[in-house]
Design a protein around this ligand. Structure first.
Ligand SMILES: NC(=O)c1ccc[n+]([C@@H]2O[C@H](COP(=O)([O-])OP(=O)(O)OC[C@H]3O[C@@H](n4cnc5c(N)ncnc54)[C@H](OP(=O)(O)O)[C@@H]3O)[C@@H](O)[C@H]2O)c1
Length: 288
């Protein structure tokens, strides 16, 4: 049977902004979708799946039911788990199986004010940067025509937090993924040695990791320019959102935080293409 529904994958979708993105995609009427809610923990993922499925049934109309929710285990820090999920998608939807990948999984290791030591730097950069790079690298060959990849970042990871040569290097058209990985690993090791400031890094592992993803979106847009599939990449700041990551003082709801990634996932290609690889906040491209 020919199924022309778009396949959307959300990582870390069992709670917080990822769950809100999944809910909004499931309940929208613009485009028929198959929405993959993925989570590293099967029980937590299944619980979120059941909850959203009940919500979809409560809101049921013929149009809304055109969207289908599916659950699959996915731990983005585990290569075997990523491979297993991609193999499953390929089996279900063919070699080119993904229309939209939303790299949402991430977070902070400790409270942000606990700041910077070697262990926090290692864990935070791996949890936010290297996991999304692994997921995207393995998913990229399976993206469909006009496929898009979204990275959840923060506008607080702006270039002004870096000193010396780093802003120039991070925005250089010559920067490769390999070079970017060296920068992120360099941050981790320089925190261990206490020399990070001398290299121009701030003592902020979360922001350094997210800046890496902003740079990565730019690299991907540049390096796939001749790819006939016309792929799109976007780094998205959700704003300061009340979730387990932030706590009670954040002003936005997860649904508000989900608005821009959902917009990028669904908006017509032509409106986004001009800003391929760019940084977005509140439905608009912003300066890095
Ligand atoms: N909240 C904000 O104000 C804010 C601001 C800027 C950027 N962001 C970014 O937006 C994204 C969502 O944030 P949030 O506030 O919704 O965070 P959250 O409530 O802490 O949720 C994080 C989600 O990521 C999942 N996760 C973490 N590591 C994972 C892994 N290895 N594999 C699969 N899933 C994993 C968690 O799963 P478990 O339940 O299993 O732990 C959870 O579902 C994150 O990337 C965050 O950095 C958030």
């Amino acid at each position: 049977m020919n199924d022309d529904r778009l396949v959307v994958v959300i990582t870390g979708a069992n709670r917080g902004i990822g769950k809100a993105i999944t809910r909004q995609l499931l309940l929208q009427n613009d485009k028929p979708l198959i929405v993959y809610l993925t989570a590293r923990n099967v029980d937590r993922g299944q619980k979120a799946f059941d909850e959203l499925r009940r919500e979809q049934l409560r809101n049921a109309s013929d149009i809304k039911m055109q969207n289908e929710l599916r659950f699959h285990q996915l731990d983005v820090s585990n290569h075997e788990s990523i491979h297993a999920f991609i193999a499953y998608l390929t089996l279900m939807h063919g070699e080119f199986s993904i229309d939209v990948l939303i790299n949402n999984a991430g977070g902070v290791v400790k409270k942000l004010q606990d700041m910077c030591n070697a262990d926090t730097a290692y864990q935070t950069v791996h949890m936010n940067y290297f996991t999304a790079v692994s997921m995207t690298t393995l998913a990229l060959p399976h993206m469909r025509e006009h496929g898009r990849v979204i990275f959840m970042v923060t506008a607080l990871a702006h270039l002004g937090i870096f000193c010396g040569d780093l802003p120039r290097v991070l925005t250089s058209d010559d920067l490769s993924l390999n070079g970017l990985n060296i920068i992120e690993n360099g941050f981790i090791s320089s925190v261990g040695k206490g020399t990070y400031a001398g290299y121009g890094f701030p003592p902020m592992p979360f922001n350094v990791a997210k800046a890496g993803l902003i740079a990565y979106a730019r690299i991907l847009a540049r390096s796939t320019i001749d790819d006939s599939r016309g792929l799109l990449f976007a780094a998205v700041c959700p704003g300061y959102v009340k979730t387990d990551m932030t706590g009670a003082f954040a002003p936005l709801t997860p649904d508000q935080g989900a608005e821009t990634p959902v917009y990028i996932a669904l908006t017509d290609n032509k409106r986004l293409r001009r800003h391929n690889g760019g940084l977005w906040k509140r439905l608009k491209p912003i300066k890095w």
